[in-house]
Design a protein around this ligand. Structure first.
Ligand SMILES: NC(=O)C1=CN([C@@H]2O[C@H](COP(=O)(O)OP(=O)(O)OC[C@H]3O[C@@H](n4cnc5c(N)ncnc54)[C@H](OP(=O)(O)O)[C@@H]3O)[C@@H](O)[C@H]2O)C=CC1
Ligand SMILES: O=C(O)C1=N[C@H](C(=O)O)C[C@H](O)C1
Length: 248
């Protein structure tokens, strides 16, 4: 497999080393900062990407949408791990489908988080039948994270919103007022080097249920992204998520 890496930061470096361990050829590394001999270009171009069977993009919230539309135009299968562009998801999905391009996106490529979201979905269905229970999503990440709330927290919020009928809006901002009963509050904290911790709280007057996923490192994200690279490079066309790949 000939892989291109877009975004050569914490995730890009890890993707490079795990891809090489798998015997894949890293044919392009694109990052605006040319401070490493590994970086082959500052910006995306058809010539820089011409040898890639697949691209793995962990870049920045600002670049994500333009990058995806570039992969779609150039018909390069791509794994998008970059978060922070959630509000444009429907628009991007429509353009990718229209171009018959091959894109797989997830706010979190770890298998553990895939399982966690399924567990939350199931828990939310149960909680839906018990009006006493309120809900909240919280996430903690390292101090270097650019976007907030995390892409994973938004996926978890969707799993709750889709299943708890009394929740009608997601509120991700700082609250300087009382939260309305039909809002699901998503709270974010940034501290030290935490790779990613997500918690769902279901709270009633009698008790609290807490579900937590705690990543120990970034390896789970990177392994999942490389599995997705293999999957999307296999001739599939359309806009997919990790749920499509995992068959649930
Ligand atoms: N889906 C998942 O499983 C995971 C997703 N992520 C997401 O991946 C993204 C990257 O995370 P992380 O590696 O920690 O971040 P880093 O800041 O460590 O790395 C991002 C790199 O991308 C570069 N970059 C910025 N703009 C572009 C561009 N247009 N083209 C190519 N490269 C660019 C940055 O350069 P510069 O510093 O000069 O701006 C930086 O070197 C984030 O959105 C994060 O939330 C992270 C982990 C797991
Ligand atoms: O920026 C990070 O580090 C992470 N970002 C993703 C997100 O926004 O959910 C996934 C993971 O939690 C790490």
């Amino acid at each position: 497999m000939r892989i291109g890496i877009v975004g050569y930061g914490r995730m890009g470096h890890l993707i490079e080393s795990l891809a090489r361990q798998k015997g894949w050829k890293v044919v392009a590394i694109i990052d605006p900062v040319m401070d490493s001999p590994s970086v082959t270009a500052r910006t995306l171009s058809a010539s820089a990407m011409k040898e890639c069977d697949v691209v793995v993009d962990f870049s920045s919230p600002e670049s994500a949408v333009d990058n995806i539309l570039f992969y779609a135009r150039e018909d390069i299968p791509a794994v998008i791990g970059t978060t922070g562009w959630h509000e444009r998801l429907d628009e991007v999905r429509a353009q990718v489908d229209e171009n018959r391009a091959a894109i797989i996106y997830s706010g979190n490529f770890s298998i553990g988080v895939h399982l966690f979201v399924s567990i939350v979905r199931h828990a939310a269905r149960l909680i839906d039948g018990f009006d006493d229970y309120d809900a909240l999503v919280s996430e903690l990440h390292h101090a270097g994270k650019a976007d907030s709330p995390s892409g994973t927290a938004l996926m978890i919020a969707t799993a709750i919103m889709d299943n708890v009928k009394r929740k009608k809006h997601v509120e991700t901002g700082r609250l300087d007022r009382m939260r309305a009963a039909d809002e699901l509050h998503v709270v974010s904290g940034r501290v030290g080097s935490v790779p990613g911790t997500h918690t769902v709280i279901f709270d009633s007057p009698a008790d609290t249920l807490e579900l937590t996923h705690r990543a120990r490192s970034r390896e789970g994200f990177a392994y999942g992204a490389l599995a997705a690279a293999q999957w999307i490079a296999d001739g599939r066309k359309g806009f997919f998520t990790l749920d499509d790949m995992m068959g649930a």
